[in-house]
Design a protein around this ligand. Structure first.
Ligand code: 5AD
Ligand code: SF4
Length: 448
């Protein structure tokens, strides 16, 4: 079907949303929608939203204000615009969005994307404003179409698991994404084969709690993430596998062993610790202590000594004392993460920690600055340790300078090198010659 209407999809938040946005675009294609980068040209604007921290949710409302003007200008020109809010803000706020923003025609939660096309057709036809945020049975994935065979990217995401049963006391995910659900192995394998056939060389398996994966295998048993990785590693053409995000409690022995035994599994692991203080970890309902996390890190490094570790840190959780914050700095010094994301605690309505007395904003800011300074030092040291090494780089796209490509090292660093565009999609040997705070630069070598 040729596209006669245009959809503009704006994505906020995590990689799961990036993946979902691609699937929304695919679901809408048979309804006659082609993608556009410009909201002004769009018959349909979809905001795929994030609710994890307050700022992310606020951005959606400020964007909707801007979209209201676009919609009005288009109406003056005799053009209709449908505005849909998808994602976690849609799930969490539901009809509140249509009440607050007159321009919104449709609110659709992550569990309902499989029929977003029908919902949009209905609102266009009848003018009804629809809110679809039920948690139906876990059939969402089965109903989504396969990926079209035209898109060839070197690296792609593949959602294998959704939702979370952990209920960390700061986090909205169990409420917005619902209970944990793992896709069946056969579906994932079929999608991975299709992607590999389209030129994808690296797959990142996604899930809010990806290492809790326990999908139905073809043998009728539940398979672990390690077993899934071993199965996917046999697909020709796929050269690299990654997965994110993991919970320390679900880092099983077979998954740790996969980092030792499975050459296609890249030596990088994002393993949020959140805090270094046991009292705070308990109040966060993280279900691990600092020493348990350290012991886990030791086991992972024993299995794969060169693994690059990444983490998430929250500063200013309710009740966090200076001494407890010091423990977070201490765990950073002990692990020396290759990269880390850090956040000021942001109270999310409906989560247990939101009702507790809050730490003043100025203290949160100061603590965040401290964490970021330590992380930047460790990241720089890790990048410097790569200079002079040879590593395999998967080239993904042209760089800013002429003749330059950008790729990823096994450790997920961006690597710049002079190479022709025909190298996009290839894993090549690169000698690292220099580094910056966030990237490496190198030159292609003939042999490893
Ligand atoms: N405030 C601050 N950070 C949060 N995160 C999740 N919820 C909150 C919150 N309420 C962070 C955690 C998580 C990452 C995805 O976002 O560190 O691992
Ligand atoms: Fe949120 Fe905790 Fe689940 Fe991660 S494990 S999604 S932080 S509740």
């Amino acid at each position: 079907m040729t596209a006669n209407k245009k959809v503009h999809i704006k994505t906020f938040g995590c990689q799961m949303n990036v993946y979902d946005s691609e699937r929304i675009a695919e679901t809408l294609a048979p309804h006659g929608y082609g993608e556009t980068e410009r909201g002004e040209d769009a018959d349909l604007i979809v905001l795929n939203t994030c609710h994890i921290r307050e700022k992310a949710a606020e951005k959606v409302y400020s964007d909707l204000g801007r979209i209201r003007s676009i919609k009005a200008a288009r109406r003056e020109a005799g053009l209709e615009t449908i505005v849909a809010v998808a994602g976690c803000v849609a799930q969490a706020e539901g009809a509140e969005i249509t009440r607050r923003e007159s321009s919104v025609d449709l609110v659709v939660g992550p569990q309902s994307y499989h029929h977003i096309g029908d919902l949009i057709a209905r609102t266009r036809r009848t003018g009804e404003r629809l809110v679809e945020t039920e948690f139906p049975s876990a059939t969402k994935f089965a109903a989504l179409p396969g990926r079209p065979s035209t898109k060839a990217a070197a690296a792609a995401f593949l959602t294998v698991q959704e939702g979370c049963d952990k209920f960390c006391s700061f986090c909205v995910v169990p409420y917005t994404r619902g209970a944990e659900y793992s896709r069946p192995v056969a579906d994932i394998e079929a999608e991975a084969r299709r992607l590999a056939g389209n030129g994808v060389r690296e797959l990142t398996l996604l899930g809010q709690n990806v290492n809790a994966y326990h999908g139905a295998g073809p043998d009728g048993r539940d398979w672990s993430l390690a077993r899934l990785i071993s199965c996917l590693s046999k697909i020709d053409g796929l050269q690299r596998l990654r997965y994110t995000t993991s919970h320390p409690r679900d880092m099983s022995a077979d998954l740790i062993a996969a980092h030792r035994d499975e050459p296609k599994l890249m030596p990088f692991l994002h393993l949020p610790v959140q805090s270094g203080a046991d009292r705070v970890l308990a109040a966060m309902n993280r279900k691990h202590t600092c020493e348990e996390y350290m012991a886990l890190v030791a086991r992972i490094r024993e299995a794969r000594p060169d693994i690059a570790l990444s983490t998430d840190i929250i500063v200013g959780f309710p009740g966090e004392t200076e001494e407890e914050f010091g423990r977070t700095l201490a765990v950073l010094e002990r692990v020396r993460f290759a990269q880390a994301y850090s956040f000021k605690y942001s109270p999310r309505p409906g989560t247990p920690a939101a009702d507790k007395p809050q730490i003043p904003e100025a203290i949160k800011e100061e603590r965040l600055r401290c964490v970021q300074a330590v992380v930047a030092r460790h990241q720089a040291a890790f990048n410097e340790s790569c200079v002079g090494r040879r590593m395999q780089v998967l080239f993904e796209k042209p760089g800013r300078r002429a003749g330059q490509l950008i790729g990823r090292s096994p450790y997920l660093q961006s690597v710049h090198a002079q190479a022709t565009e025909s190298s996009i999609g290839s894993v090549l040997n690169v000698e690292i010659l220099a580094c910056g705070p966030n990237s490496l630069a190198g030159t292609l070598t003939v042999a490893a």
